[in-house]
Ligand binder design. Structure first.
Ligand SMILES: Nc1ncnc2c1ncn2[C@@H]1O[C@H](COP(=O)(O)OP(=O)(O)OP(=O)(O)O)[C@@H](O)[C@H]1O
Length: 253
């Protein structure tokens, strides 16, 4: 057993299983590239999917995929050693994203979104090479509800993230099985199991985007008064009343 099967792990696995069922995230014969950065979210995702794979009545395969953006000091060997020791099928991919970002990024534009865009392209290419029809990412419940607030407060749109998104190329589907799992549970799980977390080593590594940080604080403060705020917010995304909104594309007024 690669980790302890305690109540916390079982809860995380149950929530991931529920998301998979609710949104039909995994189907018979899927081959899923699991993006593993060396961060807490994607380690948790990989271990949970592997546990589900062993128990599931359907057959599907996992390939852990790590993309090295080329930041000096990125300790990808730590990730590789973990994947190897735990017996995962994996692929480590080096890229020159760092050099591209340094050359092409417009001053003042977001480092992370440029880096994520390049990574997405690499993940799609790798999925093709590895014969994977799906790509799993480690976004969790807090990512969803923070994005919901960010879009409302700063962008002026009512949107979070999709649990299951067909890529533009029509060949892959991106899935986010941890959408019901709270970040705090992921932190506790990775700590309890001493998963070897590394950071991406980019120039802004560990600096959470200030706006996202503000949303995190807002939700945390409100949670003191409204303990179920997180589940209520994620629930709201599955309980939309278009008739009580103002979007003329949704209704003929
Ligand atoms: N270097 C990478 N190689 C492979 N997959 C990655 C990499 N970086 C990010 N991903 C995937 O994209 C998801 C979202 O990336 P993001 O940069 O937002 O990281 P995060 O939310 O901090 O997650 P993590 O804790 O896994 O790093 C990750 O959970 C992971 O599945």
């Amino acid at each position: 057993m690669p980790y302890s099967e305690d109540n916390l792990f079982r809860r995380i696995r149950k929530l991931a299983g529920r998301a998979i069922g609710d949104f039909n995230l995994i189907e018979e014969g899927d081959r899923i590239a699991v993006g593993v950065s060396g961060g807490k979210d994607s380690y948790t995702l990989l271990h949970v999917l592997e546990s589900l794979r062993r128990k599931a009545p359907i057959r599907f395969d996992l390939v852990a995929v790590n993309v090295d953006a080329g930041y000096p000091g990125y300790r990808k060997e730590v990730v590789e050693e973990h994947l190897r020791a735990r017996g995962f099928v994996y692929r480590m991919q080096s890229t020159d994203s760092y050099a591209i970002i340094e050359e092409k990024r417009r001053p003042g534009s977001s480092y992370c979104s440029f880096c994520a865009r390049l990574r997405r392209g690499v993940l799609y290419t790798l999925a093709d090479e590895l014969g994977c029809n799906k790509i799993a990412l480690g976004h969790h419940l807090d990512d969803f509800i923070e994005t919901l607030l960010l879009n409302q407060f700063y962008v002026g749109t009512l949107a979070a993230m999709s649990p299951k998104l067909a890529a533009d190329n029509g060949r892959h589907t991106v899935i986010r099985p941890l959408l019901y799992v709270e970040e705090q549970d992921i932190i506790s799980f990775t700590r309890a199991n001493q998963l070897p977390i590394i950071c991406c080593a980019c120039p802004v590594c560990g600096v959470v985007d200030q706006k996202r940080k503000r949303m995190k604080r807002l939700i945390r403060d409100l949670a003191a008064e409204i303990p179920h705020i997180r589940s209520s917010m994620i629930g709201a995304l599955s309980n939309v009343h278009p008739g009580h909104l103002l979007d003329k594309k949704l209704q003929n007024f």
